[in-house]
Each structure stands twice: as C-alpha cells, then as structure tokens.
Design a protein around this ligand. Structure first.
Ligand SMILES: NC(=O)C1=CN([C@@H]2O[C@H](COP(=O)(O)OP(=O)(O)OC[C@H]3O[C@@H](n4cnc5c(N)ncnc54)[C@H](OP(=O)(O)O)[C@@H]3O)[C@@H](O)[C@H]2O)C=CC1
Ligand SMILES: CC(=O)[C@@H](O)[C@H](O)COP(=O)(O)O
Ligand SMILES: [Mn+2]
Length: 381
C-alpha cells in the first residue's frame, strides 16, 4: 500500500489522481488533501478518502474545518503546504498550479519524500535548485505532465547520453493556424475551449498562447538534462503521440495513448511497475490519421521567448514564468487582451535584471519583481 499526500487535490490533476486511488483501494491511500478555496469539494474528498491532514489557503477556512473535523490535522497557507510536503508518506503528488508549488516541492525533497510532479512552473522558475536538491537528497521527481511522462517512458533503460533529439508534441491549442491579426481578436471563451484536454484555467490559457509548450521545453531541459536546442516542438493536433525520443542510431521511440491524464498519473504512482486499468483503449482505426506540423513562432511568440529566457538562464525563466502567471490571471479576469500576454512578457524580459541567487528566496524575489514589471509595463501601453 502506497500512501500519497496530494497537494492541490481539488484541481484537474488532483481529482483525476483521486479517481485512481478510488479505483485501486488495495494499492493506494491518501494521507493529505489540500486545496485553495474550494472548501466544499475538499469536504467531499475528506468524507471519501479519510486523510489525516488537510491544508487550505486561508486561516478562516482552516478554523471552520478544524471545528467540523476535530480529529483531523488542519493547516493553512505556505506553512501548511510545507508541513504536508514534509509529512510521512510514500509519495507527494504536487498538483498545485503556479510558482507557490515550488516551496513544498523543495521541502518535500529535503524531508526525503519522492514527488510525482505536475506543477511545471516550479521547474521552469527553479529548475537548477530543485534538480540540485533532488540529486543531493537522492529523492525522485516522477513526471506527470503528459509529454514528460512520455519522454520518461521512452528513456527507460537508456541513458540521456544516447539521445539525439526530443520531439515534444503540442496540440496547437484552439488557435492553431491563426495569423497574428486573428490572434489579437480572440475572446476568453474561445481561449478556454481546449480542443483535446479538460484542464484547469491557467494551463488552458497557456496552451492557447502556446506558452505551455515553452514552459515544457524548460521543464524537459531540467528533468532530462537535454540542451533546449535538441528539443523540437511538433504540433500534433490529435494528441495521441505524447512525445518521442530520437536516439543517435536513428530509432525514434514514441509513447501513444488516448488523451487521458490518468495514464501518466498512474505511471508516476506505480513506476517502475504499470497499473492495470479498464480505461477506453486507444483505437487507431477510429483515429485514422495522425498529422504533424511545425509551430509558427512569429504568431506564437511565447515559444521564442521561452527559449530565449532558457538560454539567458539565471532568473530569466523565473521572470518569464512570473510575468506569464500574472498576465494569464489578468486575461482570465478580462482585464487585458490575449496577445497582451506575449507582448508584455517580451517587455518584462527586456527590463529584467538577473540575479545569481538561485535560492528559494532569490527565485521568489525574481518572480515578484517580474509580476510588478508586467503590471507596470501594461499600464504604459
Ligand atoms: N490539468 C492537466 O491536465 C495538466 C496540468 N498540468 C500542470 O499541473 C498543475 C495543476 O494543474 P491543474 O490541475 O490543471 O490546475 P487546477 O487549477 O485545476 O488545480 C490547481 C490546484 O491547486 C490549488 N491551489 C490553487 N492556488 C492555491 C493556493 N494559493 N494555495 C493552495 N492551493 C492552491 C487549487 O485549489 P482550489 O481548487 O481550491 O482552487 C487546486 O486544488 C499545473 O502546474 C499545470 O500546469 C500539467 C499537465 C496536464
Ligand atoms: C495534458 C498535458 O500534458 C498538457 O500540458 C497538454 O500538453 C496541453 O496541451 P497543449 O499541447 O495544447 O499545450
Ligand atoms: Mn503537457
């Protein structure tokens, strides 16, 4: 029996992870559940999965829950997430959204816990620190992101040295094939309609701007120690091939499957074993044709900006990520237009003053300054 602490249990990844637990009660149990503000959903999860600890964002919600569940350990805020990350368990699933997920990731590794890892913003902003901490502690980072799970699966039994290229697939999002002119006029409703995946709002907008793929290039660089120049983005609208690895002998190994996040979550939970399930099997006859295209970096500038920040290194990727997070939130609140996201990130990177303190505090400081710069630069438009 594996005991799992789930950070972000009320979100898209968190609820799909709980579905796997529900289907495999003899294999998995839940020690921690956590949410931001969706307390009613958390309560339903408490009743079903009986954790010993829960973490919420706000102190007042923690107080209410503590009254309602006197036997439960109830924590809140970053302090609570750190307590959860450090708690005794077999695996921490980090399915939080955004840079705040970096704090519990760091403390989980330091406390000797392995992590199943969906929260890509952490590796984008803090890749050097997190990979160093993972190496120092010998704790594992098991990828949950579908492309990174695919690459991880294609790399089993082969060292990173043998890799010529990584082919990182992208659906292309709802605006695949659009011109820059068309992109300027898109609405929030259109951007929230991802053609293949049902995900949280932040990553859905990242997919629409293709910043998601930019973040994933940086995530792959850190996870697999591969130079970004050897990571090629391939637009594959069917989302059946989840990524591929090309070896020096010309062999290309790809991982395929229906677009169902429970598959990569399941692999991270059971690695190096595979868990049996009764999900709908992939039907290639029904799929018929799989297609592949080049992305257009002139329209989707985010791809170029992510590569640029990655090669500048230091705190540039943290600045890219921080600016993106605040701008996506503003777009979700209908305060800015769709292309303001990429245009403003470009300006933030131009004014960013890099710092070499790649500590937890240094990275969070770079994130804070990038957010401020994004808001400041927007008001000058
Ligand atoms: N969804 C997907 O299919 C995929 C997601 N990912 C990555 O996984 C991560 C999670 O994505 P997703 O599940 O879609 O996101 P969601 O927005 O659906 O869920 C995020 C979770 O984090 C919690 N949360 C948000 N803010 C805070 C906060 N300040 N303090 C504590 N908890 C907080 C939310 O709580 P509440 O419910 O209360 O808001 C929720 O439980 C992201 O990094 C994303 O990029 C990667 C690949 C695929
Ligand atoms: C499911 C998953 O891993 C997402 O990150 C997915 O990749 C988003 O789709 P895009 O390929 O459109 O960004
Ligand atoms: Mn992905």
């Amino acid at each position: 029996m594996k005991t799992i602490a789930i950070l972000g249990s009320t979100g898209s990844i968190g609820t799909q992870a709980l579905d796997l637990v529900r289907r495999n009660p003899e294999k998995f149990s839940v020690s921690v559940l956590s949410c931001g503000r969706r307390i009613e959903r958390l309560k339903e999860q408490i009743e079903e999965f009986h954790p010993r600890m829960v973490v919420v964002q706000r102190e007042e919600d923690a107080a209410t829950l503590a009254m309602e569940y006197p036997k439960l350990q109830v924590e809140y805020g970053d302090k609570g997430l750190i307590a959860a990350a450090e708690s005794s368990c077999d695996l921490v699933l980090n399915s939080l959204v955004g840079i705040r997920g970096m704090i519990p990731t760091y403390y989980a590794l330091r406390a000797g816990n392995d992590i199943a890892f969906a929260n890509k913003e952490t590796l984008v902003a803090g890749g050097e620190l997190i990979m160093r901490t993972s190496e120092e502690t010998g704790r594992k980072l098991l990828p949950v992101d579908s492309e990174h799970s695919a690459i991880f699966q294609c790399l089993q039994q082969n060292s990173g040295q043998a890799v010529r290229r990584i082919l990182l697939t992208a659906s292309g999002g709802p605006f695949r094939g659009y011109t820059l002119e068309q992109l300027r006029g898109v609405t929030l409703d259109q951007a929230l309609r991802h053609p293949k995946w049902d995900m949280g709002n932040k990553i859905t907008i990242d997919s629409a701007t293709m910043m998601n793929k930019g973040l994933e290039i940086i995530e792959a660089k850190w996870l697999f120690d591969v130079d970004p120049d050897r990571i090629q983005v391939v637009v594959h609208p069917q989302s059946i091939v989840h990524s591929a690895v090309e070896y020096w002998d010309g062999s290309v190994l790809a991982q395929m499957g229906n677009p169902d996040m429970r598959i990569p979550i399941s692999y991270a939970f059971s690695w190096p074993e595979r868990l049996e399930n009764d999900f709908k099997p992939l039907d290639l006859f029904a799929e018929g044709t799989l297609t592949f295209e080049r992305p257009d970096p002139e329209v989707f500038k985010t791809l170029r900006l992510a590569r640029q920040a990655c090669s500048q290194g230091g705190t540039y990727p943290a600045a890219l990520n921080g600016a993106n997070e605040v701008l996506v939130q503003m777009f979700l609140e209908k305060k800015i237009g769709f292309t303001d996201i990429q245009d403003t990130i470009e300006k933030v990177l131009e004014v960013h003053k890099p710092e070499n303190h790649l500590t937890l505090e240094g990275i969070l400081e770079a994130d804070r300054k990038a957010r401020e710069a994004a808001v400041r630069l927007l008001s000058k438009n």
